[in-house]
Every structure is written in structure tokens, then in C-alpha cells.
Ligand binder design. Sequence first.
Ligand SMILES: [Zn+2]
Length: 64
Amino acid sequence: MATTSTRKLNCPTCGNPVQWTDKFPYRPFCCKRCQLIDFGDWAAEKHSIPGEPALNPEQNDSDL
Ligand SMILES: [Zn+2]
């Protein structure tokens, strides 16, 4: 195992080298744009999931 204090990885969006330091505040992304792109994908996927199912008509008895 290498004992480097700086971890290196690649931006998941564009593949550019990213260092795990304060120089890359958007890590693991190389820049804000790549972060937004990835987040946008994630959000779009979430939005594609249908919302709550229609209320069950059998759940209609409201005795207090
Ligand atoms: Zn990138």
C-alpha cells in the first residue's frame, strides 16, 4: 500500500484527475459543473419515479 498523504482519484463525470485536497472543493468531482451534471442525473432519475400511489378506496372508514 502506498503511503501518500494525498489521495488521487478521477472525476466520475469527466475522468479528470482529482486530488483529495482543499484545492478541489467539489471532490470527488473536478469542478462544480461536473458535480451539477452528476447531481442532475441523480435528480432526474428520482423525478422519473412515480409519486405516491392512489389512495386505497377501501381505506375509507373514518370512525373516530
Ligand atoms: Zn470533471
